[in-house]
Write a protein that binds this ligand. Sequence first.
Ligand SMILES: Nc1ncnc2c1ncn2[C@@H]1O[C@H](COP(=O)(O)OP(=O)(O)OP(=O)(O)O)[C@@H](O)[C@H]1O
Length: 270
Amino acid sequence: MPDGSPLLRVEHLRKVYATTTGEVEAIGDLSFTMSHGELVCIVGPSGCGKTTLLKCLAGLLRPTSGRMEMDGAPVTGPSPAMAVVFQEYGRSLYPWLTVRGNVELPLRHKKLSRAVRDRIVTDAIEAVGLPQATLSHPWQLSGGMQQRVAIARAIAYQPEVLIMDEPFAAVDAQTRAELEDLVRLLHLTRGISTVFVTHDIDESVYLGQRVLVLSNSPTRVQEDLVIDLPSERDQLTTRALPRFTELRTHIYGQIQRARRGPAAAPRSAP
Ligand SMILES: Nc1ncnc2c1ncn2[C@@H]1O[C@H](COP(=O)(O)OP(=O)(O)OP(=O)(O)O)[C@@H](O)[C@H]1O
């Protein structure tokens, strides 16, 4: 649960890509803060700069200007404090390694005893519900199971922030619902601070404690919305709440407004 102390601070972030045909300003002027233990979802129109923002946060891309801080220290490159789960689980797992080998791999860079490393890996694989698949290879698993392996690898790394970039876009609806509940469970039980990018407005409301709605590119934060639904959520009752419908309708309207132009003014919360 959020303890209120600041974890991530992004100030006036701007990212311009230089291409052979000219400059592309993906991020215009973007600022937000996130507290320890928060689960923040990010939504916005297609192509607005969500992946660019995550790559900057993860230290994989150097911003053109602006400032990002983690626990008060500037983010200047890939940080051991962050783990990223991408949409393309097929490309993020090593097919020649077992589930256990994939989860263990990033831990080899940490100075841990064999016993501690084994315990962390077993715990992470159990946490995502895959103890029976420990010795399987990724190609022997369904898409949803492969994404569970990617999540296990991320949590085994024990990051300060878990960054997820549309992680469930490539799985079927039933699997997606199960994986959403897994993310909520991991967040509730382990208090992992999570930034979750999604195209799916309902998913953002179901998962998030806050939703950042981004404007069209060059992007900025169009709205920073607190999701005031009960913290105990489940797929049937939460999605049937009138407040859930109000929030999703509000965000949908904001994204429509964002699509129409960069000058859309922020609106007050619903
Ligand atoms: N490597 C790059 N070089 C040049 N332009 C890029 C590059 N990567 C992204 N862009 C451009 O930056 C803008 C934002 O792209 P980005 O992929 O960050 O958006 P997104 O919101 O994640 O997209 P989507 O909704 O399709 O997932 C787009 O105009 C895109 O064409």
